[in-house]
Write a protein that binds this ligand. Structure first.
Ligand code: XLS
Ligand code: NI
Ligand code: NI
Length: 436
């Protein structure tokens, strides 16, 4: 039985359409900079918020109305939910999805039982992938919800829990491979600390590096070729997460010699929690060739936590798409909506409104970013700003032909530096608004 019988496949109707269940901007076959919108964005629906989010918050009970749920945590209910998930993703027209092991199947009393439950649901996921052509963008293991992970998983003080986490990632890698997953994500849900007095920082981070090497070794053993992605986040649930931002993750990856297999999955709300913009995090990862994928959402200026709202701000999506285009696109990553409907938006149809809005916001961002690039005015301003490096002393320095002594002689002879040019920030901000 269909879960959304009254909803047909969401179609592109153009900006003039008043139909809330149609795309106004996302036209999957439309070609922008030589690639279809579908291939530019590689949209992905998350299993956890969209099919497991129940609307509870620290102050209140679940609110979501999900008529397909039978109220139990059985494998049968999980299998049925998987079919509902694919009906939703198919009607939406997103090419990818992403999951945690424990979102898709119930945890059992033992690891072996959890693995059996997982396999039973994976069978349905596989059938549904084959039926619809929807693909797995990435898998990940939930190593933060169960109480055993209170001190962390790969950074825990309890070696048994570390072993449990390893076994869980091993299984999740096997499943991700079986389902053709294109990436594998590590978000360090409790990999951090609440208090440094009880924490052996070096031991925890060394063990984290060791854990990732074991993951790479096992991937090689089973022939999993997907990219590993670390998802930076500075806090929540711990007060300090080790993978706090792009720069911290990149330093870790280099120190533990993991940059050949790992990239970053950058999430908007995590960037803002870290005191950065999404554009900063993307640019930082991109310039180090470590930009792997994005978790698309947004926070709220008035709320200080990871609210995971759907992105609707076109200025934000323009910044994101401009930066993704700058680094050659997001593939083999994607634009994964790690976002949830508000607890007051409790009806199933709200899931459609939310995703349609996010996809349209990104489609507009893509078109605006492409227009900015085609026009070239912004690029010209930046080029002009750095013009002193293109010839003369700048070019000589950049080719490695100077040292402190030679630069001192240069400046002693010249006496004073050439005058600065205006940064033109306001002009640039006005210019960006002309494309919106
Ligand atoms: C939590 C993270 C999480 C990861 C997957 O804040 O965003 O949802 O994306 O474990
Ligand atoms: Ni998040
Ligand atoms: Ni995320």
């Amino acid at each position: 039985m269909a879960a959304f019988p009254e909803i047909e496949k969401i179609r592109y109707e153009g900006p003039e359409s008043k139909n809330p269940l149609a795309f106004k901007w996302y036209n999957e076959d439309e070609v922008v900079e030589g690639l279809t919108m579908k291939d530019h964005m590689r949209f992905s629906v998350v299993y956890w918020h969209t099919f497991r989010g129940n609307g509870s918050d620290p102050f209140g009970a679940p609110t979501m109305v999900r008529p397909w749920e039978d109220g139990t945590d059985s494998v049968e209910n999980a299998q049925n939910r998987a079919r509902v998930a694919f009906e939703f993703i198919e009607k939406l027209g997103a090419p990818y999805y992403a999951f945690h092991d424990r979102d898709v199947a119930p945890e059992g009393a033992t690891l072996a039982e959890s693995n059996r439950n997982f396999d039973a649901v994976v069978q349905v996921l596989k059938e549904e992938q084959e039926r619809t052509g929807i693909k797995l963008l990435w898998g990940t293991a939930n190593m933060f919800s169960n109480p055993r992970f209170m001190h962390g998983a790969s950074t825990t003080c309890n070696a048994d829990v570390y072993a449990y986490a390893a076994a869980q990632v091993k299984k999740c890698l096997e499943v991700t491979k079986e389902l053709g997953g294109e990436n594998y994500v590590f978000w360090g849900g409790r990999e951090g600390y609440q208090n440094l007095f009880n924490t052996d920082l070096k031991r925890e981070i060394d063990n984290l590096g060791r854990f990732f090497h074991m993951a790479v070794d096992y991937a090689d053993k089973i022939g999993f070729k997907g990219t590993f992605l670390i998802e930076p986040k500075p806090k929540e649930p711990t007060k300090h997460q080790y993978d706090s931002d792009a720069a911290a993750c990149i330093n870790f990856l280099r120190a533990y010699e993991l940059t050949d297999r790992f990239k970053l999955n950058i999430e908007t709300n995590h960037a803002t929690l870290a005191g950065h913009t999404m554009m900063h995090e993307l640019d930082y990862a991109g310039m180090q060739h470590l930009l792997g994928s994005i978790d698309a959402n947004t926070g709220d200026l008035l709320l200080g936590w990871d609210t995971d709202q759907f992105p609707t701000n076109v200025y934000l999506t323009t910044e994101i798409m401009l930066t993704l285009l700058k680094y050659g696109g997001v593939a083999p990553g994607g634009v994964n909506f790690d976002a949830k409907v508000r607890r007051e938006s409790f009806e199933p149809i709200d899931l459609f409104h939310a995703h349609i809005g996010g996809m349209d916001a990104f489609a507009r961002g893509l078109k605006i970013a492409a227009a900015i690039r085609a026009d070239g005015a912004l690029a010209d301003i930046v080029k002009d700003r750095y013009e002193s490096w293109d010839t003369g002393i700048g070019a000589e320095i950049e080719s490695g032909n100077h040292n402190f002594e030679s630069l001192e002689s240069y400046m002693l002879e010249k006496g004073e530096a050439s005058p600065n040019k205006s940064g033109r920030q306001e002009l640039i901000e006005n210019l960006i608004n002309t494309y919106l």
